[in-house]
Design a protein around this ligand. Structure first.
Ligand code: PXP
Length: 238
């Protein structure tokens, strides 16, 4: 069964909106784990707009499953990752003005820098995943720079008009198959929701999904435990 990693950034978004100390994303991690999440994902952005440094330190201490730290491949973030030692790092492109991560990394265009960042993390014993568009050239480049895993960007699938959904799903499937064939582990995520998650979860090569906004949004009404459980059910829906 596909594993669910819950991205808890948006608990911190609510906190940062008012500059308060609550809601604290730290206790969100064990609640998600007890509801069945196989891992916790957090994105430490350069501008610290949601997750802040103290969250990373404390969440590292409380996570008992897998901690996935999403970050840009900058010197500052590499130093933090090597000190905090998440179980895995997902390297993402980051633009200050974007509302959320807008696309996959252009690995093929920046192979040397990305290879150096991957090596730093792998040498520190951290599994490295690269967030890429479902594009065969980027899958090949991810392998070439030494990543162990790719996270396929599902944003285009999630936003596709009904007439394009099947084509976007086929792109994801082809990229996942190719990645697995060349020895990469495969995750997927971004924009996934209760109503569109099942077809992606059913792609056999996709072992893991990273889902945040939809779960935290639903948690406002039903609580975090129920929101995670409902996502696990939705992933498994025939
Ligand atoms: N995967 C990556 C690499 C992301 O950057 C994000 C958003 O932080 C997610 C997954 C989760 O996306 P969403 O919040 O839309 O579920």
């Amino acid at each position: 069964m596909t594993r669910l990693h819950v991205n808890i950034d948006h608990v911190a978004t609510v906190r940062q909106a008012r500059g308060t100390s609550y809601p604290d994303p730290v206790p969100a991690a064990p609640i998600c784990e007890m509801a069945g999440a196989a891992g916790i994902t957090i994105h430490l952005r350069e501008d610290r707009r949601h997750i802040i440094d103290r969250d990373v330190e404390l969440i590292r201490q409380v996570v008992t499953t897998v901690l996935n730290l999403e970050m840009a491949a900058t010197e500052e973030m590499l130093q933090i990752a090597c000190r905090v030692r998440p179980d895995m790092c997902t390297l993402v492109p980051e633009k200050r003005e974007e509302r959320t991560t807008e696309g996959g990394m252009a690995v093929s265009a920046h192979q040397a820098e990305i290879a150096a960042a991957v090596k730093t993390l792998v040498d520190a014993g951290i599994c490295v995943s690269l967030f890429i568009d479902p594009d065969l050239r980027e899958v090949e480049a991810a392998k070439a720079v030494g990543a162990q895993m790719v996270e396929l960007h599902t944003g285009d699938y999630a936003e596709a008009p009904a007439s394009q959904v099947a084509a976007e799903l086929a792109r994801l499937t082809t990229a996942a198959q190719h990645a697995a064939k060349i020895g990469l582990r495969v995750a997927a995520g971004h924009g996934l929701h209760y109503h569109n998650v099942a077809p992606v979860s059913r792609i056999p090569e996709v072992e893991e999904l990273n889902i945040g906004h939809a779960i935290i949004a639903r948690a406002i009404f039903v609580g975090l435990d129920a929101a995670v459980r409902q996502m696990l059910e939705a992933m498994d829906r025939p």
